[in-house]
Write a protein of this length. Structure first.
Length: 155
């Protein structure tokens, strides 16, 4: 039996993947607590917040655009939107521009809830990342965007 470690790192926190896992776990715990008050999941929140972003920035409000924007798998987006529709947050309608596309829009209830949820998540965001200086936060955001961009599949 070899005494050689299966790991290439001396310390677990030298692994960028493990650090990503840990920060993701902490963030998911935070979001789960915040979003539980709205009875929506993190995936549903990401879809609804993106939908609100699209509305405010005059971007297409199709399921396909939500998939591209959120980086959530197509089937997961579809299932989540169906659940959001059943809960009264959104409506799905066929696109008048493209017969293959499905548009998603808020109900009055959904619009009211997403405004509250965005405020709650952005507050949690500020608290969660308050351990970083402004410079560190800017660096974190820049590096994170680079990793996302470098690993995104072109569509």
């Amino acid at each position: 039996m070899s005494n050689r470690s299966a790991f290439q790192y001396e310390k677990a926190d030298d692994s960028t993947g493990f650090l990503l896992w840990k920060i993701t776990s902490l963030w998911q715990q935070t979001l789960s607590e915040v979003l539980g008050k709205f009875e929506i999941t993190q995936t549903q929140y990401a879809i609804m917040a993106s939908l609100k972003w699209f509305e405010e920035h005059n971007e297409p409000v199709t399921q396909a655009h939500l998939v591209a924007h959120t980086k959530i798998e197509k089937m997961t987006v579809s299932k989540s939107i169906r659940k959001l529709e059943a809960a009264g947050f959104v409506l799905r309608t066929p696109s008048v521009d493209d017969t293959r596309a499905v548009n998603v829009q808020f109900t009055a209830f959904g619009k009211k809830q997403i405004h509250k949820a965005i405020a709650a998540v952005e507050n949690a965001d500020e608290i969660f990342f308050s351990c970083l200086t402004e410079e560190q936060l800017n660096t974190y955001c820049s590096l994170t965007i680079s990793v996302i961009t470098g690993n995104s599949v072109q569509q």
